[in-house]
Design a protein. Structure first.
Length: 68
């Protein structure tokens, strides 16, 4: 005799995998794409911010002298 609860569990598992597997995969890919985009933005602009900060807080030797 077959256990009806086991067969119901297996049927529910197959139904869940068929209906939600692609949704979960697409959600993960979307999240990874967003993280990749944020990482690229940080990589590009963080180096620019560093350069701007160095120029802004550097001493007067690098600035042109208006009296000459």
């Amino acid at each position: 005799m077959q256990n009806s609860f086991k067969s119901l569990l297996e049927e529910d598992k197959k139904h869940f995998e068929a209906n939600h597997q692609n949704d979960i995969k697409n959600g993960i890919q979307t999240n990874l794409g967003m993280l990749r985009f944020v990482g690229e933005v940080v990589e590009i602009y963080l180096s620019r911010v560093k350069d701007v900060m160095v120029i802004a807080f550097s001493d007067n030797e690098s600035k042109p002298n208006p009296t000459k």
